[in-house]
Design a protein around this ligand. Structure first.
Ligand SMILES: [Zn+2]
Length: 201
């Protein structure tokens, strides 16, 4: 009887932060909406996926043509400073600060209990990029910009250990005090992020 509701509920369940009850609520909500809305939603979903690409340099997911994203190919940005963030949407928080460097998306945090620290994230790709750019002196600072959570702090220290041997004279810094404990970077207010960038150590 409820085939399409069940199917839609299962699809909504895949969304970040959505539980069974909320997923079902969304499914029922769709049944009460005008066809125009549902059609636009379906088309918007297909379009956002069709235009999504991963930047070949910073690994950010962006809307545009394959290759490098607009940040990585921007000559006006300080390409010698790289902020390493957990996820693509964290970069949007930096857009509201004075930060003028570039980025690298780690694609997750390194969990405290994980033994193989290179698994599950783009850590190896970061090491490779730093090794190359440290050698040709096109990199001066790596800013580790993770949330103040146990896994965020663990990722910070794990990356410091991994990067130290290849970074050479490149400075490795972390966001200083300013952000509240537990705050995800994507939700950080610009003033706090700005403050923690200024106080990086
Ligand atoms: Zn990029």
């Amino acid at each position: 009887m409820n085939d399409s509701i069940d199917r839609l509920t299962k699809l909504f369940l895949k969304l970040p932060g959505i539980g069974e009850r909320q997923a079902r609520r969304f499914a029922y909500f769709m049944m009460t909406q005008q066809e125009g809305y549902v059609d636009s939603l379906a088309r918007a979903l297909i379009a956002v996926r069709a235009h999504a690409n991963t930047c070949s340099r910073c690994l950010r997911i962006f809307e545009g043509n394959p290759g490098m994203c607009s940040i990585c190919s921007d000559d006006h940005r300080d390409q010698t400073k790289v902020a390493v963030v957990e996820k693509s949407q964290d970069i949007e928080s930096f857009a509201r600060t004075d930060y003028n460097g570039v980025f690298f998306v780690l694609g997750g945090l390194i969990p405290i209990m994980q033994k193989e620290i290179l698994q599950g994230t783009n850590a190896q790709k970061l090491i490779d990029r730093v090794a190359t750019e440290a050698t040709n002196e096109s990199l001066q600072e790596i800013i580790l910009a993770f949330p103040l959570t146990p896994n965020g702090e663990h990722t910070d220290s794990a990356l410091r250990e991994l990067l130290a041997p290849v970074a050479g004279a490149v400075m490795i810094t972390s966001l200083g005090r300013g952000l509240s404990t537990g705050t995800e970077l994507e939700y950080a207010d610009p003033a706090s992020l700005e403050a923690s960038l200024k106080k990086r150590e």
